[in-house]
Design a protein around this ligand. Structure first.
Ligand SMILES: [Mg+2]
Length: 349
């Protein structure tokens, strides 16, 4: 089939973190073909990424043949090459991710199969979920056995706050639960080492993004010092080229590419190939969303998917309809063609 139109839209969200709006948050990519099939993908990069898709990528893609995943890989390389002077990392690759996922959706729909069937042989029926957020009691009531809480370093009082959160997570979820901390690049070497000491009674599975993603050597340097806690990161890294740098510097114990930012499933498969070679487990960022979930069930990714349930009763935008939900701590993709979701058109106006 031939691509006839490629358009990106920034949805009219009502319930997302306001500071991310238009700068960074998720865009929808729609690709149409001469056979009447339509593919949808999800990318990052906000309004700037919408411009990249509509003004540059669409020009390259319209008229191109797309019939299988090998075609997607060829188109991915072409787009990467053509946006390289301004791309490589960040907004352009977040835009490329949305395009890539729309192409996977399209090819899967043309073959009447779910995307996970195109990714590989399905090795996981269900995937264990972990809840990221702060409403631990609700997560416990909902059956989660794994949880990650956010921690932003501001001042010395944050040591005690981290201990309090870890204590609460352990007391609600029990000794066997996985408990992780996302520091969102707000710790430094000294804070990380001190946290390792004071949090040791709570058996934290991983510390995430303790330093900036640019400081790979700094992370490599403390990696052995935080054990048995692991160092996780990678949601702010892009493509297999970027992850090759993480591999070479031995900066991280766990890689967390975001499938809607790192270059889509095409880039993720290349990242997983590198991870395999270096013996690094891959646990995609936001892996419980369909874009990551279809990849996880049919690839060498770990059996763990992140979901962000928010607060009990909190408002949420329903952008994708038919999305699988975590139930009693597990999630699985549905068997409908493509990613198995439809777009809520009312949020695109
Ligand atoms: Mg994170």
């Amino acid at each position: 089939m031939k691509i006839t139109s490629v358009t990106a839209v920034y949805p009219s969200y009502k319930n997302i973190v306001s500071s991310w709006r238009t700068h960074f948050w998720q865009i929808v990519v729609k690709i149409e073909t001469d056979k009447g099939l339509v593919g949808y993908g999800y990318g990052g990069g906000g309004l700037a990424a919408v411009e990249v898709v509509n003004k540059h990528f669409s020009e390259i893609l319209c008229g191109k043949e797309i019939n299988d995943t090998q075609d997607i890989s060829v188109l991915w390389d072409d787009l990467y090459q053509q946006c390289l002077p301004y791309g490589r990392k960040g907004i352009a690759i977040m835009a490329l991710s949305g395009v890539d996922l729309a192409l996977w959706d399209l090819v899967a729909k043309s073959e009447h199969v779910p995307v996970y069937r195109l990714v590989g042989i399905r090795s996981k029926q269900q995937v264990r979920t972990y809840a990221t957020g702060t409403d631990i009691e609700w997560y416990g009531d909902s059956g989660f056995t794994a949880h990650k809480f956010p921690h932003r370093w501001m001042d010395e009082s944050d040591y005690q706050k981290a201990v309090n959160s870890a204590e609460m997570a352990r007391s609600i979820l029990g000794e066997k639960a996985l408990v992780m901390i996302d520091t969102y690049m707000s710790w430094n070497r000294d804070v990380t080492l001190e946290m390792t000491k004071i949090l040791s009674p709570y058996n934290i599975y991983w510390f995430e993004d303790v330093l900036t993603p640019d400081d790979l050597l700094g992370q490599a340097n403390i990696r052995s010092k935080v054990k048995p806690t692991l160092l996780a990161g990678g949601e702010h890294e892009f493509t297999h080229h970027g992850f090759m740098e993480i591999a070479r510097s031995a900066a991280l114990d766990i890689w967390q590419p975001d499938i809607t930012w790192c270059g889509g499933i095409t880039a993720a498969l290349r990242i997983i190939e590198i991870a395999d070679k270096f013996g690094i487990p891959v646990i995609p960022h936001r892996g419980g969303e369909v874009w990551g979930l279809h990849l996880i069930v049919s690839s060498g990714c770990q059996d763990l998917a992140e979901v962000l349930p928010g607060m009990k009763g909190g408002p949420k935008d329903q952008l994708w309809e038919g999305e699988p939900q975590s139930e009693q701590g597990y999630i699985e993709p549905n068997d409908r063609p493509g990613f198995g979701v439809t777009i809520n058109e009312s949020l695109l106006n």
